[in-house]
Design a protein. Structure first.
Lengths: 310, 66
């Protein structure tokens, strides 16, 4: 059994390889070899920046499972359409095994299991991983951003909807805005019962004003400490209202790699169902996946105060 | 207010009036910009800082036997 790692030279790819050092990991570069030579039972981790759907289809044809690391909405939509291909192949396709989407979905499921019903899920993220992630972040503030509101998709303007979100220390409070990324879309797949789903990302005034322009300066090799914050609102088992918050403060590349490695471990172990899998699905071993993420050095935290609903 | 005499170019008074108009327009633009910024700041939802509580490590439920 081989784990094929695409994007092995990036920040996330290198850390995924480190997290999977107990397995036989082979780097695969689709620019040199478009058709993978995978075998049934293999697992491919797609951590490269371009769209993943075409390559994932190639792995499905060879019977291999795929774990994708990305937050592009169009790509996520195309990946969901590969469900039948992977069911036929008896393989698994994990869509969005990053920090957000990915870890955010696992944390949302952890909170959802503590309430009787889930009404709202709100995700906020801060920070970026590598340069390509920073460029995607820059563009996301100028595009349309999806939000699920009372049973229908609402097309918001990226960079709108300011909300002050409190992340675990050392990140603290950040102004967050709507942006174009796949988290609300995938959370809706995992939590169809939730009436409202939103996702925001932190931004400074300069980020919002320059979002429609090319980046004024080249992005850093890696962003500083990032964070993700997941808030679930619903009814508790006593009939009252519940508002639970969990978060992570960690390098985005590290949290992303830990999530991807956890899903890859699960795919190798064969504990994931066939077809498309999205973080937060009720039939996933969420506690095991979160424990694996923790074991890879990511500290999960919960907020113990009383969140102020807005 | 001065008027331009026929057959002559604009008088010095004309330039003074135009300059004053420009100053008034700049002032009006600055005041309107300030008012809009103030309205956005007041209307914006800034959230309320938590008055108590904090973050603590998350305790996961018992893992399933594998």
């Amino acid at each position: 059994m081989t784990i094929w790692l695409v994007g092995a030279d990036g920040i996330v790819g290198r850390r995924v390889a480190r997290g999977l050092r107990d397995h036989h990991v082979t780097a695969h570069d689709p620019r040199r070899e478009p058709t993978p030579i995978a075998m049934p039972g293999d697992v491919a981790v797609l951590a490269h920046p371009v769209e993943h759907a075409p390559l994932a289809r190639g792995f499905a044809l060879r019977g291999a499972s795929v774990v994708t690391v990305g937050d592009d909405l169009d790509d996520a939509s195309a990946l969901l359409e590969l469900h039948d291909d992977f069911v036929t192949a008896g393989a698994t396709l994990v869509v969005g095994a990053a920090m957000s989407p990915g870890l955010s979905g696992l944390l949302a499921r952890h909170l959802a299991d503590q309430v009787a019903s889930v009404d709202e899920i709100h995700v906020a993220i801060h920070g970026t991983a590598g340069p390509r992630c920073a460029r995607t972040y820059h563009r996301s503030l100028s595009r349309r951003s999806l939000g699920w509101h009372d049973g229908e998709w609402v097309d918001h303007l990226g960079g709108s909807g300011r909300e002050l979100c409190w992340f675990p220390e050392p990140v603290g409070a950040k102004d967050c805005y709507r942006a174009d990324f796949a988290d609300p879309f995938l959370l809706h797949v995992a939590f169809p019962e939730a009436g409202r789903i939103s996702a925001r990302r932190s931004a400074r005034r300069r980020d919002r004003f320059t979002a429609r322009l090319p980046m004024l300066s080249a992005p850093h090799a890696e962003g500083r400490i990032g964070a993700v914050r997941v808030e679930v609102r619903g009814d508790d088992r006593a009939g009252g209202r519940a508002c639970l918050v969990v978060g992570v403060a960690e390098l985005v590349g590290t949290a992303t790699a830990a999530t991807a490695a956890a899903f890859t471990d699960a795919a190798v172990a064969g504990v994931l169902p066939s077809g498309v899998v999205v973080a937060g699905q009720h039939d996933l071993p969420t506690a095991d996946l979160l424990a694996r993420v923790q074991a890879l050095g990511v500290v999960l935290q919960e907020f113990t105060g009383v969140p102020q609903g807005t | 207010v001065t008027r331009d005499l026929p057959g002559f170019g604009p008088s010095a008074g004309h330039y003074a009036v135009e300059a004053m108009k420009l100053v008034r327009r700049i002032l009006a633009a600055l005041i309107m910009t300030g008012a809009a910024a103030a309205a956005i700041r007041v209307k914006g939802r800034g959230g309320t800082p938590p008055q108590h509580g904090g973050w603590r490590p998350l305790e996961l439920p018992e893992r399933r036997a594998s």
